[in-house]
Structures are given as C-alpha cells and as structure tokens.
Design a binder for this molecule. Structure first.
Ligand code: IMP
Ligand code: MG
Length: 173
C-alpha cells in the first residue's frame, strides 16, 4: 500500500472543530439548529462538531448525493441519493460537508435546501481546496484551507476506504 502522510493531525482537527463549534454556539444561542450531515464524508466532522456545540435544540439529519465522474474528478452533475427526513421550513439549517472542491456539490445542496424555505441556511466545511473551484460558493464556517492534494481520512475516502483514519492525510505519489 502507498504511504499516507499526515496533513492535519487529530489534535489540530479537534482544536479547530472546537473553535467552529464555539462560534456556532455564540451565533445561534438557544435557537434550534438542524445540522445536515452530508454522507458519508462528513460523518466524523459532524459528530465531533455537534458534540461541541452548546445548544439543547440541535437536530441531526442526513443527506447523500453523488457526483458523477471517477474517483478524483467530478463532471459537475449531482444526483440526490438520500433525502432529508426533517421538514426544514422556517428552521435554522447548517449544511455540514467534508470538503469543498469544485463547488458543484455544495451549489446543488444549497439550492435544493433553499427551495425548502428554511429560516436561515449556512454552510460549514472542514476542508476547502480553493484552487479547484469551478462554481463560486459562500461558505460560513471553514475548518482549513488546503492545497490541491487528494486527501483521505477523517471521513474522506479513496475508493470507499481510509475514511476511518483519525487524521487527514494524503497519499504519497
Ligand atoms: P465538489 O462537488 O467538487 O466540490 O466535490 C466535493 C466532493 O468531492 C466531496 O464531498 C468529496 O466526496 C469529494 N472530494 C473532493 N476532493 C476530495 C479529496 O481530496 N479526497 C476525497 N474526496 C474528495
Ligand atoms: Mg463526499
């Protein structure tokens, strides 16, 4: 197997996630929040984030989308695989995603969720590969900006594997 190098270790991840959670706690106070975790990649991030937000009215929901293409390239076409199970009309919604790359996935999700008339709609991503953007998108909370490398771990996969690494790493070429 190829060597995996650590890009962001567990300690750094946890520290930054706590900071974002604190920011969200302060901004929403006791207002209800629906966290929409985008499967499968955002699972680890969403769990850690939600545990650190001080708010007794958090609702977790899940969506799954897939973008066409091979493992490292997307074509821009996004398909809904699993829909929400919560009615988000007039609710505060935060989309929680693992990584923002070309922007196609989050553009699709934002427009889709906006059409359900939430009270507020924000976007929270753990990683942002700015250089790769094809569709512009405004993100409200970003964990880390990273360079253009294919990353794995902490939810991110390579051919469905390596999601369970406790850190974000990259495969040495
Ligand atoms: P976008 O639509 O190009 O912004 O792609 C976002 C999706 O592509 C993410 O939800 C990931 O599933 C996947 N992705 C993009 N970059 C990486 C990466 O470096 N490692 C693993 N998955 C990635
Ligand atoms: Mg994904």
């Amino acid at each position: 197997m190829e060597k995996i190098n650590v890009l962001i270790d567990e300690e750094k991840l946890n520290k930054r996630i706590k900071e974002i959670a604190e920011q969200i706690s302060n901004e929403y106070k006791d207002e209800e929040i629906v966290l929409v975790c985008i499967l499968k990649g955002a699972v680890y991030f969403t769990i850690e984030l939600s545990k650190n937000i001080k708010n007794d009215s958090i609702i977790l929901d899940f969506m799954k989308v897939s973008s066409y293409g091979n493992n490292t390239e997307t074509t821009g076409k996004v398909e809904l695989k699993i829909d929400l199970s919560t009615n988000i009309e007039n609710k505060n919604v935060i989309i929680v995603e693992d990584i923002l790359d070309t922007g196609y996935t989050l553009n699709y999700l934002y427009d889709y969720l906006k059409s359900k008339n939430p009270k507020t709609l924000k976007i929270c991503v753990l990683l942002d590969k700015k250089d790769r953007r094809k569709k512009s998108i405004d993100v409200d909370y970003t964990g880390f900006e990273i360079e253009n490398k294919f990353v794995v771990g902490y939810g991110l996969d390579y051919e469905e594997k390596l999601r369970n690494l406790p850190y974000v790493g990259y495969i040495e070429e």
